[in-house]
Design a protein around this ligand. Structure first.
Ligand code: T4K
Length: 374
């Protein structure tokens, strides 16, 4: 075990991509000139159109962040009662249910995809179930076909938490077109960022209009409010940044793909390290590089995590603890340990390694060597 503290500066799990500052100045000039700062201004409208084109989807409503988008997506479909979801995600997934007064029902995950296991959904359906809220975890597409089949048989809505799935395609089509709605996050730590930001992808103009009302307090005209909406609007600053980021997104994804390939090759023969396939049948966005630290590695995940930290490498245990272990969820019957064996096992072994466009080859080597020498 290498006890040396690194002097080469920290390596974080991710670092946001930022385009050259001077290229942002003309956007700021424009905002300063027009003095339209928010409430669906020109950059906001442009970014919605540009994202529809880039992602290959019908309609997009931009949000101030992904969490508000999730909360509003559920509200827009008037989801109530119980919703089936995964415990293996960022806590915002389930929080969006609590914010709507909905009871989360946790279903275990598939050991290969780490997404909700469709084979276990039916057993969790009760007369109160109204929807399923799966997550395309690490951008790996869920088994959308199996989920839709169940939803159709039981008359359930499907809202995908697609926070990790920007630009992901499967069989040549955007994964964001599945289900009733999909929700994106444009947080600083995501593949495509607007500092903070998010969006709902929806199939038709009428749904988008309802969502647009809900993200603006529920206003449908100057004098009428149709529902208790929230302030979920993205500002012109965020939208302008998004437009600029879009110019670079293909290069960003290419670089992520290269780093993913290097890790896979360099860790191939390390016993007890399993690199998760984040692509499936699709085109991944390489948003995360998750590995499972198996028993054969000879050291626990937490000891490896500690070793990496000593070397100045801040890998992250996304997603440990499970959402179902947090105090506001652990009393639910579906949160019981025996209900979620795969999720529990995965949460104990998972480690996400640093991956971002500016990660240098020597830094990738440092990560790999630290794992090898642990
Ligand atoms: N659903 C899912 C499945 C999600 O994963 C998320 C968010 C959401 C919904 C909700 O979407 P948002 O409301 O956030 O749009 C991060 C993010 O805050 C969160 O957006 C993300 N998922 C989650 C997986 O990760 P933390 O607490 O791990 O972030 P933090 O601040 O520790 O950042 C990680 C590393 O990134 C830092 O060590 C350094 C680097 N970093 C971070 C920031 C914020 C930078 O270099 N610059 C930065 O500005 O939650």
């Amino acid at each position: 075990m290498d006890e040396k503290i690194s002097t080469d500066g920290p390596i974080f799990v991710t670092q946001p991509f930022l385009p050259p500052l001077e290229e942002f100045v003309p956007y700021l000039d424009e905002i300063w000139k027009k003095k339209i700062l928010t409430n669906g201004g020109p950059f906001h409208q442009q970014l919605e159109r540009a994202l529809c084109d880039y992602l290959g989807v019908g309609h997009i409503a931009l949000f101030a962040n992904g969490t508000l988008a999730l909360v509003t997506a559920l509200q827009s479909l008037r989801i109530t009662g119980e919703v089936i979801t995964t415990p293996y995600s960022f806590v915002a997934t389930s929080h969006s249910l609590l914010w709507n007064g909905i009871k989360p029902v946790f279903v275990d995950i598939d050991p290969d995809t780490l997404n909700i296991d469709p084979g276990k959904i039916e057993a969790a359906i009760t007369p109160q179930t109204t929807a399923v809220l799966p997550v395309h975890c690490y951008g790996r597409p869920c088994d959308t076909e199996a989920i839709q089949k169940i939803a159709d048989s039981y008359n359930l809505r499907v809202i995908y938490d697609a926070a990790h799935a920007f630009g992901v395609t499967e069989d040549g089509r955007s994964v964001l077109n599945h289900g009733d709605l999909s929700v994106l996050s444009f947080h600083a730590t995501k593949v495509f960022n607007t500092f903070e930001g998010g969006a709902i992808v929806c199939p038709d103009a009428k749904t988008k209009q309802r969502i647009d009302h809900l993200k603006n307090f529920g206003f449908v005209s100057e004098v009428s409010v149709a529902a208790p909406g929230i302030n979920g609007k993205m500002s012109e600053f965020g939208a302008a940044l998004g437009l600029l980021q879009l110019r670079y997104i293909d290069a960003v994804l290419d670089r992520r793909r290269e780093i993913d390939a290097i890790y896979r090759e360099d860790l191939r023969d390390v016993e007890g390290i399993r690199c998760i396939d984040t692509a499936g049948r699709g085109k991944s966005n390489y948003a995360y590089f998750p590995i499972l630290v198996e028993r054969e590695f000879g050291m626990s995940r937490d000891d490896l995590y500690g070793n990496l930290q000593k070397a100045g490498i801040y890998a992250r245990r996304y997603f440990y603890p499970l959402i179902s272990d947090f105090p506001m969820y652990r009393g639910l019957p579906s949160a019981h340990h025996e209900n979620l064996p795969v999720a529990r096992d995965t949460a104990a072994k998972i480690l996400c390694l640093p991956i971002y466009p500016d990660l240098r080859p020597d830094q990738i080597r440092r990560v790999v060597n630290t794992i090898r020498n642990s």
